[in-house]
Design a protein around this ligand. Structure first.
Ligand SMILES: Cc1cc2nc3c(=O)[nH]c(=O)nc-3n(C[C@H](O)[C@H](O)[C@H](O)COP(=O)(O)OP(=O)(O)OC[C@H]3O[C@@H](n4cnc5c(N)ncnc54)[C@H](O)[C@@H]3O)c2cc1C
Ligand code: SF4
Length: 403
């Protein structure tokens, strides 16, 4: 749209003044200036600058709690017995306007995937504030600990569900951050939860926006790994035997929501390992989530999940085998596949494709200190094991619609 405006202004010799969007904490020019100082952009350094600049979670010149980043404290799985009682998020009855929109959507797109029956998102400023306050009061306390945890039929975990409200400008990111900081200062949540939450909004969200404007329109065409497999049809139905994907895609179609680790380490991870065409994956992510807007969806999908921009801001591809999903969820317990197996009848497709990815990209992985260990693991396989693996990978690709 911006390019259309620029072209129009130029062709009709019109004077065009672009105003800064006050809904962000870092302007495009400020981000570009920051990025120009680095050969490789890293969110962590940008985030520290933003903390210093805004004074958020700072004690003078030092970060609150003595550390910039408590990521290591944000990775617990739910207990073996399950997540226990999670206070539900604030939900809202669709109002008259929303119902009128439902009727239009039903009439115009009767066959489209997804459902309207669970729609309960905030659609006004008042509702968005109510939802934010309810999160801070009831759910923030466990956000940090279980940020990465997944569990069957637990679509929201302890997450905030504020993305659609911020993206729709019903909430300003700074007021969300300030409420989170106030809860920490009042002793209602620990520093790991507070920092983990602030990092997502002050760090990742602003960073992604900056990268988007810096790298567009090239980012939309990027396909660094030359991935060429079509998106399986079951992405639009959730009808797969892989329990983790069935659950994550199923809740996506039911609620328009999946949390970050489901998007990154289940759905995105599969797309990366299977070599799905980035533009098809991007189209899917843009279509299915209530918070989807290209400036935030695209860098997350192309840059973070698919490595399609060749690691412009990530130090390595985010890949994991079924073992990671088993550790972080209960999905594997109810699955016909075995996360420990990479070949054989019960082999988990994630594990097969993970090893296949190591095999295919061994040279690239061994050249990167952060993935050197992965390359060493694949180098340990003997010829017969490699042959069996390659055969299983080929079968998996062939049967991708039936997985
Ligand atoms: C492949 C992929 C696609 C994504 N697509 C989108 C998208 O279209 N729109 C979108 O808003 N977010 C997207 N995200 C980021 C993130 O997954 C969602 O913002 C988050 O899951 C929304 O749920 P929540 O509000 O409960 O977030 P919480 O986990 O409670 O986090 C709080 C807030 O932090 C911000 N945030 C967290 N992670 C990110 C991130 N990586 N990038 C930008 N902001 C972040 C969001 O505003 C979010 O509401 C995507 C992530 C991945 C890996
Ligand atoms: S066994 Fe594999 S496919 Fe099944 S739930 Fe676990 S990770 Fe997913």
């Amino acid at each position: 749209m911006e390019q259309d405006f620029l072209t129009l202004a130029k062709s009709d010799n019109l004077k065009l003044r672009l105003l800064e969007d006050s809904h962000y904490l870092c302007s495009r020019a400020e981000f570009a200036k920051w990025a120009s100082g680095y050969k490789q952009m890293r969110m962590e350094y940008f985030y520290r600058e933003m903390r210093k600049r805004t004074g958020v979670l700072m004690e003078g010149a030092e970060p609150a709690g003595g550390k910039w980043n408590f990521d290591a404290d944000n990775r617990s799985a739910f207990p073996k017995a399950g997540p226990g009682d999670i206070t539900p998020p604030a939900f809202f009855e669709p109002d008259e306007i929303t119902q009128a929109v439902f009727a239009e959507v039903e009439a115009s797109f009767p066959d489209h995937p997804g459902t309207l029956k669970n729609f309960a998102w905030p659609v006004t400023r008042e509702q968005a504030l109510q939802a934010l306050d309810a999160f801070i009061e009831n759910r923030f306390v466990n956000f940090g600990t279980y940020q990465d945890a997944m569990w069957t039929d637990t679509p929201f975990g302890w997450h905030s569900l504020v993305s659609s409200s911020i993206n729709l400008h019903l909430l300003h990111p700074l007021e969300v951050i300030q409420k989170a900081e106030a809860a920490y200062r009042a002793g209602k949540v620990d520093v790991a939860s507070a920092e983990g939450f602030v990092r997502q909004i002050l760090g990742w969200r602003e960073f992604m926006r900056g990268v988007y404007w810096l790298d567009m329109p090239k980012m939309r065409d990027d396909n660094h790994l030359q991935a060429e497999l079509d998106l399986p049809k079951w992405f639009w139905t959730g009808n797969t035997q892989m329990n983790c994907l069935k659950d994550s895609i199923g809740q996506t179609l039911d609620y328009g929501y999946a949390h970050h680790i489901q998007r990154l380490m289940v759905i995105g991870n599969f797309a990366l390992l299977a070599g799905l065409v980035p533009q098809q994956v991007e189209e899917w992510f843009l279509a299915v989530y209530v918070d989807a807007v290209e400036w935030v969806e695209l860098p997350n999908v192309a840059g973070m999940a698919l490595f399609a921009n060749g690691g412009r801001f990530t130090s390595k591809p985010y890949i994991a085998s079924g073992a990671y999903i088993k550790r972080m969820s209960n999905y594997c317990g109810g699955c016909k596949y075995d996360p420990a197996e990479k070949t054989g009848d019960k082999a988990c497709p994630f594990t097969t494709l993970y090893w296949g990815f190591l095999d295919q990209h061994e040279k690239m992985l061994s050249a990167n200190p952060r993935t050197g260990l992965m390359a060493k693991n694949i180098a340990r396989l003997d010829e017969a094991q490699r042959r069996a693996l390659r055969q299983k990978v080929a079968d998996t690709f062939k049967n991708i619609e039936q997985l």
